[in-house]
Design a protein around this ligand. Sequence first.
Ligand SMILES: Nc1nc2c(ncn2[C@@H]2O[C@H](COP(=O)(O)OP(=O)(O)OP(=O)(O)O)[C@@H](O)[C@H]2O)c(=O)[nH]1
Ligand SMILES: [Mg+2]
Length: 456
Amino acid sequence: MLEDTIIAIATPPGFGGLGIVRISGRKALQVAGRIFEPKAKSKRPIQERRPIFGLIRDPESREALDEAFLTYFKAPRSYTREDVVELSAHGSPAVLEGILRLGTGAGARLARPGEFTLRAYLNGRLDMIQAEAVNDLIRSVSLAQARVSSRQLGGSLSRRLSGLRAKLIALLSRVEAGLEFPDENLRTSTAADLKTIVWLEDEVQRLVATYQTGRALVEGITLAIVGRTNVGKSTLFNALLEEDRAIVTPFPGTTRDFLRERMVIDGVSFHLVDMAGLGRPSHPVEKRGIAKGQKIAREADGLLIVLDASRRHNEEDGRLIRKYRGKNSLVVLNKSDLPRKLAVRTVEELAGPSPIMEVSALKGRNIDRLRARISAFFVPGAGKEEEIILHARQRDSLQAIYDALLRAQALLSKKQSEEVYAEEIRTAIRLVGELTGEVSADEVLEDIFGRFCVGK
Ligand SMILES: Nc1nc2c(ncn2[C@@H]2O[C@H](COP(=O)(O)OP(=O)(O)OP(=O)(O)O)[C@@H](O)[C@H]2O)c(=O)[nH]1
Ligand SMILES: [Mg+2]
């Protein structure tokens, strides 16, 4: 499979100032040499990593297609660790397709999606985590996600996993030595091994827990603004968006349908939803709006529960908060510019474990702090230099490692069969290997790389 030379357009489809065709494989230079003609007449051989200017020319008809720069990356100092040639021409789909056609005519084969990265992986330049990070980086929809992927591409998560693996191997070799030479008392104390296993469990569990943040980075977080009518939900919606988006009036029941807008905090996308307030509907449309709102609130990733600080306690608020217990919520105490009627104690009792933030949506008071709070509360760790799991595949592997560790721990603490215990540690080691791609079946590779973009 690595015998042939592959070719693909590396830039996105459509018209652009530049377009790049990439060739990788043993015959990369030879293929390029047939369709590219340097402008300078000097017969110097092509140098590594030095773009040279020339023409793309059909070797048969001698027709010139476009001007282009050719850059040669000599193996192994290239993305795939093979000989790579990049032809940078004008970004017209017709020109790029033409170059592709000439390239295949000259002996290259069209690359499949992800095939360049697959080669980088098979040639040992990237492990599986890094290969996935390449694709994540290309497809990243937020700066925060790009930062996480970029760190993983640099190998940060891979290093953490190899640390895990080293500890597991140490555990295994101790128990194996004990099994092989039972008389020599080589086994260190069970207590020390148990301690290591518990540490490993914590480490794995920490990583699993970051998946929620990872998913949020990729998909964004839907936050519904809920509360009674007239508490200032639409005013808050507008203040957070810094845009006069929703209609605000002094009359209860202003918002009837829902509005959804995107805002970005620290590079993370939040889909903010403003909707009808809860209260006694005076019109069938309001009733429909309330029902719709409740469905949205139930399905949202998190809630901003808005209370009006200038009004006395209302049973509705308590009912609302109780209704959404168990959902990630932040309580926003609005209208703090007006004389206070709602006691702090009451709000705290109502809010329970949810954090409370006092603002004035109308005056814009504390809105920046609310934004920071939203980010810290709903996506903990997103802004920090932390490892974050972005894929269900990675989360599932880590969960399986965790389960194996739990079984190992139980066996060890009950001092049951050392053979079975060793087997669980071996399972955990194998699972770490699968996660980083040290051991992987062809279909797994196909599944992972098949999701990549063409030309990467
Ligand atoms: N003083 C003061 N008034 C506010 C504040 N926020 C909103 N209001 C006023 O409260 C009234 C209702 O505001 P909206 O934003 O329409 O309230 P809502 O919760 O969206 O109301 P519905 O859509 O009817 O459920 C308007 O007159 C706003 O100007 C605030 O922080 N301070
Ligand atoms: Mg409203």
